[in-house]
Ligand binder design. Sequence first.
Ligand code: ADP
Ligand code: MG
Length: 154
Amino acid sequence: MKKKIYVTRSAEETMRLAEKLAHSLKAGDCLALMGELGSGKTTFVKGLAYGLGFKKKDYVSSPTFVILKTYPARIPIYHFDVYRLSTLDEFQGIGLEEFIGSQGICVIEWADKLEGLLPPDHMRVEFSTAGSGDRLRKIVVHHLSKRRGKRKSP
Ligand SMILES: Nc1ncnc2c1ncn2[C@@H]1O[C@H](COP(=O)(O)OP(=O)(O)O)[C@@H](O)[C@H]1O
Ligand SMILES: [Mg+2]
């Protein structure tokens, strides 16, 4: 697994990073976002959606109460936030498996809660702050070496 570490200094920079990353995504991909409240997960999803052609940044927000929001980007984006869920029953109740590997891209905030339910080939993105009030964010992207559909033919 290839790991890349980025440091951003503003929300705009985080969005730009996600926008660039968006170009390498394809239908069926699953991104697992991890990191504390305010670390930039939703900001990252705004940039991701923008990069995939969904330009209404204000419409992208944490689906904390509805669990899932769908954005009709070039490839549909299924944006989950599982912060409020706590039991295995609740996790299984969101029907994640219907969306994973579908014709859309799944992006899940607080995905560390779903460990075990995530597909083995998910792309993990970890966010951390450098201290309260600071605009510095460390973003670690774990690229999988074997991505679906990108394996060399024998
Ligand atoms: N470098 C940065 N990257 C992302 N967000 C930043 C950055 N610096 C400041 N911010 C601010 O931090 C907050 C991040 O919030 P949000 O993206 O909703 O986090 P989360 O979804 O992880 O709770 C926003 O208010 C954003 O403007
Ligand atoms: Mg959020």
